[in-house]
Design a binder for this molecule. Structure first.
Ligand code: KIV
Length: 265
């Protein structure tokens, strides 16, 4: 039996209309600090390709990279739910998805995250039927950056908005336990969050999602952006330690002080 925060705990936040805080982590030391600060969910994100490895996208991240960082995070974690990203092309076919999700779960993940809409419906259904909680990542999906043509807000025109809304509902029906919305207008994230039973997690998606997530290197001001996105907030500006910055983030998410309108689209 896991000692970590469960999907059911996150669902209870939605039922009670209380917010939960999520952060990415890639190592034992920061995952311990954020877990002790009350972060409910830690994502071992493929953003590690950019913030740890120095690539300009998440595409070069391999399964071996993800597994290495997942094991580091697991050693530091105290009680947070650990979600592992499935790297680029690691779920391109059903057989790949089975094998790679199995490796992540056996290495200590409590759930996995996959990017995409309609094309991940079947994968979501198959993994979920086999006992693997799936988070579906919609909106700006960084693994598709070469098709999207840039890190831009998604769901601004009516067709795109309706597509994302319909994909969120279909993914819930297919068994997704969580939906992550990246860089979508706050009004769309609100509509999706209120029409789904499963919790939503937002980044650059306004304050109406059930949880919020940030890349931890953004929160501590350790990543140099060429053009810093609106949703990034450096919590070290007013903190005396990294632990204090994590604690402030958790309380700002729970008190609805973060994200503010200036961090949203
Ligand atoms: O990999 C990552 O850090 C992510 C976040 C942007 C949510 O997917």
């Amino acid at each position: 039996m896991t000692k970590n925060i469960t999907i059911e705990d996150l669902r209870n936040h939605k039922k009670k209309k209380t917010k939960f805080a999520c952060l990415t982590a890639y190592d034992a030391s920061l995952s311990r600090l954020m877990s002790e600060a009350g972060v409910e969910l830690i994502l071992v994100g493929d953003s590690l390709g950019m913030v740890v490895q120095g690539h300009d996208s998440t595409i070069p991240v391999s399964m071996e990279d993800l597994l290495y960082h997942l094991r580091c995070v697991k050693r530091g974690n105290v009680k947070s739910h650990i979600m592992a990203d499935m790297p680029f092309m690691s779920y391109a076919t059903e057989n790949l998805a089975y094998d790679n999700a199995m490796r992540l779960m056996q290495a200590g993940a409590n759930s996995v995250k996959v990017e995409g809409g309609e094309w991940i419906l079947k994968t979501t259904e198959l993994l979920s039927q086999r006992g693997i909680p799936v988070c579906a990542h919609l909106g700006l999906t960084p693994q598709s950056i070469n098709r999207l043509g840039g890190y831009r807000v998604q769901g601004r025109d009516l067709d795109d908005k309706n597509r994302i809304l319909s994909e969120a509902k279909q993914l819930e029906d297919a068994g997704a336990e969580l939906i992550l919305l990246e860089c979508v207008p706050a009004i769309l994230a609100e509509e999706i969050s209120s029409s789904l039973k499963v919790p939503t997690i937002g980044i650059g998606a306004g304050s109406a999602t059930d949880g919020q997530i940030m890349v931890c290197y953004d929160l501590i001001g350790a990543y140099s952006w060429e053009n810093q996105p609106k949703f990034v907030k450096n919590f070290m500006n007013e903190a005396n330690s990294i632990s204090e910055a994590f604690e402030t983030y958790v309380s700002e998410v729970k008190n609805l002080n973060f994200p503010s309108a200036e961090n949203s689209f």
